[in-house]
Design a protein around this ligand. Structure first.
Ligand code: CA
Length: 489
């Protein structure tokens, strides 16, 4: 499959950039193809004040070739994965923008921040929190951002040396004028996509930062592949309808409550079917293809950003994290988008490259969470972080990806004020306890990933799993603290 991909049409610039990234990362792997990379390799060691580039991608599930996707054309993210450490089992704390982003940036979980809906900026809910960017600013770093970092782009004002730059408003208005469609989302005019404008801004910022030489924390947030799946025509040209993978299932998970999964985000488009009717399969196929086209489009922009890091001479001084706020359902179980605890919604792509520390092309199956990013980066930079952070520094994993790690990751999602689903993901299982307002257990879901990786059947009521359900519900009630303490001890 991968060999076939190289013969496909792909934007030329993106191919060149992919090659540039692959070349520069080869130096980290110790390739001896030229003098310059060897010299860079000898110098490779994490500097005292490393820069940080945090790349956030909106609604990207691990549909990336490096994660084993059969047809995704993602040469730049693949090259980045090959230059550092890829996390196979990374999980978000809540599968929707604002709560997830608040968790990664604050290092606190949704139950602690109280941020569990889209309408809750940090500046209103936790105005005194020292976020990740703020901790770096307090340590003397220049902290800047472009694109979508928080759900509210001007959020967490005191964390940034310069306010967030994010082009989106006019573009959304223009798109509305042209009609927002679920199908046929090919764009000839890239200027209607904000990501490229935000990237150009970031590139200018990075050039100045490289010239200044002061340590920086830079957050670059891409909007795509978030709905609607617009992408330039040349990104679509990488795919053919017949080769796009089907959803894992077109029917509901057997034995799951009807409120476990939802699909309301696809209701707001001009060609959405009447409420209650499912999206016709030909439109759904176009949407799945459009999602991949948008992923490939973003991959090209990520490649441009990473090539700049190399070209500006920043590669040996800069820790780079690539992260997505949550996963996505593409008609899987007959549902769309996120807003649930399903594996497809809570599992995220996450990769890190730490000069002189991570091994090129390494991978880990360790269970890690979005809240772990903050303590990892402050640990690596040896700067102060608040002592109430709820994640775990992943630094020991960076050099020993196979070491024993957390027994579980935790996620949650509420359905209005009536019910809340609390998920515990262990190596073998994903368990959800649904509780009412008083915390009383009202429904249980259990998926056995050893035999049912696509979560087709809820086995919580199967007598054979009685002991597992009991143990996992105890873990749910005990929460993340004992799990973290077990690794630290
Ligand atoms: Ca999102």
């Amino acid at each position: 499959m991968r060999l076939i991909k190289t013969s496909r049409r792909r934007p030329l610039a993106h191919i060149l950039l992919a090659s540039a990234v692959a070349f520069s990362t080869a130096s980290c792997a110790g390739a001896e193809s030229a003098d310059a990379p060897v010299a860079a390799q000898k110098a490779a060691a994490l500097p005292v004040t490393p820069n940080v580039l945090f790349i956030s991608i909106d609604d990207l599930r691990p549909d990336i070739a490096a994660y084993g996707h059969p047809v995704a054309v993602t040469p730049n993210m693949d090259a980045f994965a090959a230059s550092g450490l890829l996390f196979e089992s990374a999980y978000t704390q809540q599968a929707v923008c604002a709560p997830s982003r608040a968790a990664v940036m604050s290092g606190l979980r949704p139950d602690t921040t109280g941020i569990q809906t889209l309408q809750q900026p940090l500046d209103e809910e936790i105005p005194n929190a020292i976020t990740m960017a703020h901790a770096f600013k307090n340590a003397g770093y220049i902290t800047m951002s472009a694109g979508k970092i928080y759900h509210h782009h001007d959020d967490n004002k005191q964390a940034w040396t310069v306010p967030n730059y994010n082009v989106i408003g006019d573009i959304r208005k223009e798109r509305r004028k042209r009609g927002m469609k679920l199908s046929n989302m090919k764009l000839d005019d890239e200027s209607l996509l904000p990501d490229v404008q935000n990237l150009r801004h970031a590139q200018k910022d990075l050039k100045k930062l490289a010239a200044d030489g002061k340590p920086f924390f830079y957050a670059m947030g891409f909007h795509k592949p978030h709905l609607p799946f617009y992408a330039p025509t040349d990104a679509w040209d990488n795919y053919e309808l017949g080769e796009i993978p089907d959803p894992v299932s077109r029917v509901a998970q057997k034995g799951a409550p009807d409120y476990a999964l939802v699909a309301y985000e696809v209701d707001k488009f001009s060609d959405t079917p009447a409420k209650g009717k499912s999206i016709p399969e030909d439109v759904a196929d176009q949407m799945r293809m459009g999602y991949l086209a948008a992923v490939t489009y973003i991959d090209g922009l990520v490649g441009e950003l990473l090539a700049d890091i190399d070209a500006l001479g920043l590669a040996d001084d800069t820790i780079i994290v690539l992260w997505s706020d949550h996963g996505f359902k593409l008609g899987d179980y007959g549902k769309w988008a996120k807003h649930s605890n399903a594996e497809l919604d809570i599992r995220i792509p996450m990769m890190i490259r730490v000069p002189g520390v991570t091994t090129a092309g390494s991978r880990t199956n360790a269970l890690v969470e979005s809240v772990d990013v903050y303590p990892t980066l402050t640990d690596l930079a040896k700067i102060n972080a608040p002592d109430n952070l709820e994640g775990l520094s992943m630094v020991p994993l960076l050099t020993a990806p196979d070491r024993q790690w957390k027994e579980a990751a935790f996620a949650q999602f509420s359905r209005g004020k009536q019910r809340k689903g609390e998920t515990v993901r262990t190596k073998d299982f994903r368990y959800t306890g649904w509780v009412d307002l008083k915390g009383t257990l009202i429904f249980q879901e259990l998926y056995d990933h050893r035999t049912d990786p696509y979560e087709l059947v809820n086995v919580a009521k199967d007598i054979a799993y009685k002991a597992d359900v009991k143990r996992l519900d105890e873990m749910r009630k005990a929460g993340w603290k004992p799990v973290r303490a077990a690794v630290r001890n």
